[in-house]
Design a protein around this ligand. Sequence first.
Ligand code: XMP
Length: 517
Amino acid sequence: PVLVVDFGAQYAQLIARRVREAQVYSEVVPHTTGAADLLAREPAAIILSGGPSSVYADGAPALDRELLEAGVPVFGMCYGFQAMAQALGGTVSHTGSREYGKTDADISGVDSTLFSGQPTRQTVWMSHGDSVTVAPDGMAVTASTPGTPVAAFEDDERHLYGVQWHPEVLHSEQGQRVLENFLRKGAGIAPDWTASNVVEGLVETVREAVGEDRVLCALSGGVDSSVAAALVQRAVGDQLTCVFVDHGLLREGEAEQVEQDFVEATGVDLVVVDAREQFLAALAGVTDPEQKRKIIGAQFIRVFEQAARDVVKDRGDEQHPVKWLVQGTLYPDVVESGGGEGAANIKSHHNVGGLPDDLQFKLIEPLRTLFKDEVRQVGLELGVPETIVWRQPFPGPGLGIRIIGEVTADRLDLLRRADAIAREELTRAGLDRDIWQCPVVLLADVRSVGVQGDGRTYGHPVVLRPVASEDAMTADWARVPYDVLAVISTRITNEVDEVNRVVLDVTSKPPGTIEWE
Ligand code: XMP
């Protein structure tokens, strides 16, 4: 792999993603990993990320010179660039000239591997207080900016490269090409991380792990669990059974999408459990968001465990009890939980409804090395229908946490129709891939006065919450064109009785979460 050493900023994951976009496999490792351990993994290259520290501050993450002398190609970015300079005997100083945001880099001076084939001036994105003032011996200075004379350096012989800016952010206009030049020309790595290779490798891994055992998967209809299921199905065929719990908190057409489209495309063995009444009964009278989540999670587990027992009984194959549970854990979850192994690290809301610790299954997480966009590519490669592959995220507790107030069958029905209209119009406007997701929220205990036809109405508002995001950790409210909003508003108020007002949520995250509960 290409190892991205994380010096403690939010950039390392993004760098790993960009490397993968260049079709090279990469992983994030903490900066506390020793040089010997890093090298033991036989990396094809090492990238040193940015970070918040100053290289000569007390306790600043150190860079072991040994790493730069092992013959492995290294690319330092921002803090990584400065750490490299310092480790190799250059000078990093607090010059008092800080650069934040966009600036122009001049790369006209010398031949360069990183910048070959690029314009001699390029906009780059900077964020630094310290600067490299003297490049280490043997390093050619290859770029400068108005505030930073030594803004990039390289030594082709030792395969060492560095830039002061952040090539991984989109504001650095040539960033991806700089990175690709490093990977291809600087490190000589072939682009072979492709969807079909990934599928092949993962199928093999799952097959080896599972052997003859029986596997169970809780299918939610979301991208991750669907692709994980399709992958395991490809690997072990009908040793896999999927359980889809219809808790009645789904959106329009969702259950059908899973029951028909998904099964048809993948051939998985699917058990659908209709638990709608059970969930509604459990939610009766409950308005507190956390309590709703807990109830939904607990019901889910109950239904799922029963289904698991039934599967074994129905298959009449006592030789092969269910040993494995498929989870759609993704790489960002793994990185955020410290890269450790096992169930304990999975954030509870990525366990469908929060499965309990004492569940007697081993976990199989075929997607744990993948980013979301890669999961989608793998899904397409496996023939998972596009309607599922490009689905926007939908929370496990479903519409239950989009009704502010008590959840009832009537309210669910009303919200389902409003949501279907919003989705339909956003799709029609071609906005599905610009918008991360657009929750539609019913303010069930709020009423306002309206006028419709010739009469006064006294109905409920629904809230449109379109957001743009890369990973749901932060989000901005999406600037959906007014015309599209107008159509959605008109249609919802016309077609959904009891809704007489549509409002737009213009809060980013933070401070607002994406969901309302
Ligand atoms: P928030 O509301 O925390 O949501 O900004 C971040 C993302 O997570 C989704 N979400 C959930 N997904 N189970 C899930 O599988 C949950 O309980 C859950 N709660 C929130 C939300 O839709 C958004 O994409």
